[in-house]
Design a protein around this ligand. Sequence first.
Ligand SMILES: Cc1cc2nc3c(=O)[nH]c(=O)nc-3n(C[C@H](O)[C@H](O)[C@H](O)COP(=O)(O)OP(=O)(O)OC[C@H]3O[C@@H](n4cnc5c(N)ncnc54)[C@H](O)[C@@H]3O)c2cc1C
Length: 500
Amino acid sequence: MLKTDVIIIGGGSTGCGIARDLALRGIPHCLIERYDFASGATGACHGLLHSGGRYVVNDPETAAECIAENMILRKIGEKCVEPTGGLFVRLPGDSKRYRDDFLKRCAATGIATEVLSPSRALDLVPNLNPSLEEAITVPDCSIDPFRLCMLNVTSSEKRGGVILTHHQVLDIIKKKGKCVGVKAREQTNGEIKEIRAKVIINAGGAWCDRIASLAGSRVRLSLSKGSLIIANHRLTNMVLNRLRPASDGDLLVPNEAVCLAGTTSLTVENPDDLEVHPFEVDTLTREATAMVPEFGATRLIRTYAGVRPLLSANTDDGREISRGFRIIDHKDGMLSIVGGKLTTYRLMAEKMTDTVMDIFGLKTRCKTAEVPLEGQEELSGYPLSKRLKDISDIICECELVSRHDVERVAQKVGTRHIGDIQHRTRLGMGPCQGGFCTYRALGIMQETGKMTPQESTRILKEFLQRRFKGIKPALWGDQLREEQLVESIYLGILAMEQEQ
Ligand SMILES: Cc1cc2nc3c(=O)[nH]c(=O)nc-3n(C[C@H](O)[C@H](O)[C@H](O)COP(=O)(O)OP(=O)(O)OC[C@H]3O[C@@H](n4cnc5c(N)ncnc54)[C@H](O)[C@@H]3O)c2cc1C
């Protein structure tokens, strides 16, 4: 049985941020995540490090948190934040009154803006719709949520934090009405482990209520599903937002070699309800094409969805709900943290760790805003072309991931699954969506003794099923042709349909 001071359930940005803060304040802890890091909303987001512009009109408090955290994260996380800058684009028909309000509130919140004429905006983003009325610059950035989680966890690992990925919390152990530990199942072999602690933190995102109920508590949440689509080109070097009250398909975010368009907002009951509906793909394509006409002629390579763990509110419109966060003390040794944004994860972690320090009667202050994220020396940073210097022996051509990168991650303790390689190296995240590189990476995992040939074939089959689920809603035109090519490689050359 493992004993520690604090158990964190959930390895999204919130849980990983808390692990880092506890580590820097010298508190022993154990983080438990049922899959890999960033498997929930964190890995399903746009990867937008908000300037706050998107919330400044309706939720100025969250906007103020976003701009403050944006400035901190670009300083401490240089290798996972691409300072692209952002534009709010006003198209014909978009309200001038909203634009005036937006500018006034940005000034009051400290979000730097500049109003650009259409020609100046087109100089910055040549693919913009040439009939735009104007554009306003904001300090938005693109951020890699996977790298962000890994780097936060590095600080924890370096200071003796126990990190259990691929472990699902099945039960919370209570003694005399107090939470004293958890039972977690190791996903790969089914082994049940018992971990004891003085405080349990529930950072389970959209699953917070389910986790709290294991201890007989409730966390009231509004669950809002958002879907996104990925186009196979980087059609813009800046984040593009539509200058209007938040609605479907307002955002286009560059992400290394591709760009992401999102999002929708649909209330769901079940946090595992991640189906992307054809009408969502249509809406997102239409709205992205309104800002960037070229989007409509570009191949869509993937769809995906995530569920926002929003504070509970009396409305069916997820967009009306504050993006603020709340810490709930269940008064039985368990604390839950809900709401917030990826952008504000560090602040959320700071407040949660302050609460834990109060419980322990300790005063060590938070340093996460000053100390750079550790482990960045292993990353090439931006732009993607920096990786060209390691051009030999490339395993993933889209994202320029070398054999050396794959081997380095494969050899690490805790690497068990192809997703572990993908999240840490970006292998398979580019235009081919892993179609041409996943089997190579699995071959390396076999060579390094991480898995048997039978396991790697099973994992490859599972990967192909997941990949197809994401691609299916976008299967037409060139993408359909590409899928036929991928299918013939896997079925025709690699004979994946046969029993191995
Ligand atoms: C479509 C979409 C787009 C978004 N875009 C942005 C954006 O661009 N910028 C931004 O700032 N924010 C964005 N957000 C919001 C942001 O993604 C979330 O607020 C944030 O990632 C939540 O992080 P989290 O760690 O609290 O939750 P999650 O990332 O959901 O993490 C919870 C974790 O708990 C794990 N877990 C659940 N049950 C168990 C269990 N029993 N045992 C062990 N582990 C368990 C899950 O596997 C999961 O990994 C977006 C959200 C969505 C849905």
